[in-house]
Design a protein around this ligand. Structure first.
Ligand SMILES: Cc1cc2nc3c(=O)[nH]c(=O)nc-3n(C[C@H](O)[C@H](O)[C@H](O)COP(=O)(O)O)c2cc1C
Length: 201
């Protein structure tokens, strides 16, 4: 049977390995994909587009910087990625509506903290009420005064090199000037939920 024009073939059954073939704890409409799937238009169907993007598993980071007035700013970010080894570049993106845009646009440096699996509460704190984000948190000043949080899996202190327009986000490319790494397991984000690594293959 031929599919209609706006239907595309799916690559076949996907085995999801978190205890069974179709775990019940997965949030949202995640399908074990074994047939034809409708191609949605992201402008018409933004919920479905977001759900599809959420199938790309990521780590979690916290971005921090110092605003022109000296106050610390920070937020939870999972758009972080590596770009280049030589020179050492990384990227992340910031929603244009964010009150933090001006601080990150103008700061000389920002710090990127890769969270460990024990730091889910910290991720939630930095995605929550802005005035509470640094409350009760011991930080030291890094390059450009960016607040440095201890106990993370890795930390990159970046020069605020280049910014690109990216639709409703601003894309930052940072040049890593200092980094530290620790040992441990990462905090993950997948399908709109926090996760940890079950086992390595
Ligand atoms: C797991 C997770 C990942 C996120 N990733 C990003 C991101 O990459 N870019 C972004 O602008 N906001 C991201 N956010 C949203 C911000 O952390 C959240 O909206 C925060 O309230 C925005 O901070 P602001 O008030 O300083 O704008 C993410 C939130 C969560 C929970």
């Amino acid at each position: 049977m031929q599919p209609p024009d706006d239907i595309s073939p799916c690559a076949g059954p996907v085995r999801l390995r978190t205890g069974g073939d179709r775990p019940d704890d997965l949030p949202g409409p995640l399908h074990a994909c074994g047939g034809w799937r409708s191609m949605s238009n992201p402008e018409r169907d933004s919920r479905s587009f977001r759900d599809a993007l959420g199938l790309f598993a990521t780590g979690i980071t916290i971005l921090t910087a110092r605003a022109p007035g000296g106050e610390p700013v920070g937020l939870t970010v999972n758009s972080f990625n590596s770009v280049s080894l030589e020179p050492p570049l990384v990227l992340w993106s910031l929603m244009l509506g964010s009150p933090s845009v001006e601080a990150f646009r103008t700061c000389s440096h920002y710090a990127i903290h890769v969270l460990a699996d024990s730091q889910k509460a910290l991720s939630q704190k930095f995605a929550g009420a802005r005035e509470q984000r640094f409350a009760g948190l011991d930080t030291t000043d890094g390059l450009g005064g960016a607040p440095l949080i201890e106990g993370c899996l890795a930390r990159f202190e970046c020069r605020n090199d280049v910014q690109y327009a990216g639709g409703d986000h601003l894309i930052f490319v940072g040049r890593v000037e200092r980094f530290e790494r620790s040992v441990g397991q990462p905090l993950l984000y997948f399908g709109g939920a926090y996760r940890t690594i079950g086992r390595a293959d």
